[in-house]
Design a protein around this ligand. Structure first.
Ligand code: NAG
Ligand code: NAG
Length: 255
């Protein structure tokens, strides 16, 4: 069975709680917020890559005009993961999961296919750091694990791949990128994962488990990866949707 088939993932992203205050938006133009690219530009991919790269400075403060919250740190209010009853069975949840480091993103490549409503972005991050309260119960490899409390992780040499798909959407005679999905897949070169207060605060067992997770970070990360992917996808999907819902394609990608 594929990992995704045995993973049941639930994200409750109460994004309203972390949204930036609304600034009066009626007249905001796409060109005020982004450097725009002409749709027939033979270098369209390069142009969009530069445009996203230039946006990194706004990741920390968000885009209040579009109610886009800060992306650095990003905050996922609640996320939980239930993996089936096989040899690996784990139930975990995180509250107020903060993800820091996204504003150092390097965009490697962008592929814009407007006729087919598809955009692919390949990027690299030197590191991202997460913290939040965890609750976990189950088994990692051969060891039982249980506990709840604060946790942090640092992931280095991170590669992210985003795929945005959509379809034509016409509103008031204007064509929009009707976003259907955005998937974000995160691979890491190394992960350091730490959980405080494992096993009801039993220090010996907790230290042993944290050491075990450091020594076996690849296996641990593969268990947590669906949480990270879904957390980041949920937030970036929301940002992309706010942009595509607000501005028609003729404004985002002028002729
Ligand atoms: C994460 O690890 C990288 C590489 O070791 C380091 O440069 C960075 O400062 C760490 N981040 C945090 C928040 O500790
Ligand atoms: C849409 O375009 C058609 C034909 O150009 C026009 O007759 C109609 O009034 C337009 N509708 C709106 C809502 O602008």
């Amino acid at each position: 069975m594929s990992p995704s088939a045995r993973v049941r993932l639930l994200v409750i992203a109460v994004l309203a709680a972390v949204e930036a205050p609304l600034v009066f938006t009626a007249a905001v133009k796409a060109g005020d917020l982004f450097s725009l690219c002409k749709r027939n530009d033979p270098q369209l991919n390069e142009c969009v890559k530069d445009s996203i790269t230039a946006l990194r400075a706004t990741f920390k403060k968000g885009i209040p005009e579009l109610r886009v919250p800060s992306l650095d740190p990003m905050v996922v209010p609640q996320i939980s993961l239930n993996q089936g009853n096989g040899p690996v069975s784990i139930t975990s949840s995180f509250k107020d999961l903060h993800i820091q480091g996204f504003s150092d993103v390097q965009i490697n490549s962008v592929k814009v296919d407007l006729p087919n409503y598809r955009i692919d972005v390949d990027c690299h991050l030197p590191w991202f750091y997460t913290w939040g309260d965890y609750d976990i119960k189950g088994q990692i490899l051969v060891l039982p694990i249980s506990g709840n409390g604060p946790s942090w992780s640092n992931y280095t040499d991170v590669r992210g791949r985003a795929a945005i798909t959509g379809r034509e959407l016409v509103k008031k005679n204007k064509t929009y990128f009707g976003m259907e999905d955005m998937k974000f897949d995160v691979d890491v070169g190394h992960a350091t994962i730490h959980m405080d207060n494992l096993f009801n605060g039993n220090k010996v067992l907790g230290d042993t488990m944290n050491q075990f997770m450091s020594d076996n970070w690849r296996a641990v990360y593969s268990e947590l990866k669906p949480v990270i992917n879904e957390a980041v996808s949920t937030l970036l999907r929301d940002v992309a949707k706010k942009i595509f819902d607000k501005f028609p394609l003729e404004e985002l990608f002028p002729k």
